[in-house]
Design a protein around this ligand. Structure first.
Ligand code: CA2
Length: 145
């Protein structure tokens, strides 16, 4: 089983700026935690980040036939990107939406996710744990399919 983790804009700054909002953990540290859990589950993982909407769209398109599921932290594009929503609709893979913070407990503009209706489900608010839970969710979705 292969799971693609995609990370959107500014997540490369994790752990280096605004630790009071997003915590002290860097994206490479999150990737290491995901890989550790994936090894226990016997799952292969690819972990990518881009600040560019079109790059994320391309990676979602290319995942078809290569991966079993996508775990996506679309960051700010969650709230704006119809392009990402269309790519998710078209990919014919389960996409798990994930967020470090609880987007529903933050500013009102973060309460709307334009990708949520086309994702299999949403995990939000568990910090680094959201990534681990998204991995577990992807495995469960695949096993129950
Ligand atoms: O909670 C999440 O995971 C978010 O997807 C993070 C996004 C935010 O726009 C979403 O509403 C919720 C922001 C990621 C930016 O991360 C930064 C890290 C350090 C410094 C500045 C931004």
């Amino acid at each position: 089983m292969k799971i693609l983790f995609l990370n959107g804009p500014n997540l490369n700054l994790l752990g280096t700026r605004q630790p009071e909002v997003y915590g002290p953990t860097t994206l490479p540290m999150i990737e290491a935690s995901v890989r550790q859990r994936a090894a226990v589950l016997g799952v292969e993982v690819e972990f990518l980040q881009s600040n560019f909407e079109g790059q994320l769209v391309t990676w979602i398109q290319e995942a078809r036939g290569q991966f079993d599921a996508i775990a996506l932290n679309a960051a700010a594009y969650t709230h704006t990107s119809i392009a990402l929503r269309d790519a998710i609709s078209a990919v014919e893979l389960p996409v798990i939406e994930l967020h470090l913070s609880n987007i529903h407990a933050r500013e009102s503009f973060r309460h709307t996710s334009v990708i949520a209706p086309v994702c299999r489900g949403q995990i939000s608010g568990f910090g680094v744990g959201s990534y681990i839970l998204a991995l577990e969710a992807a495995v469960i979705v695949k096993q129950l399919a």
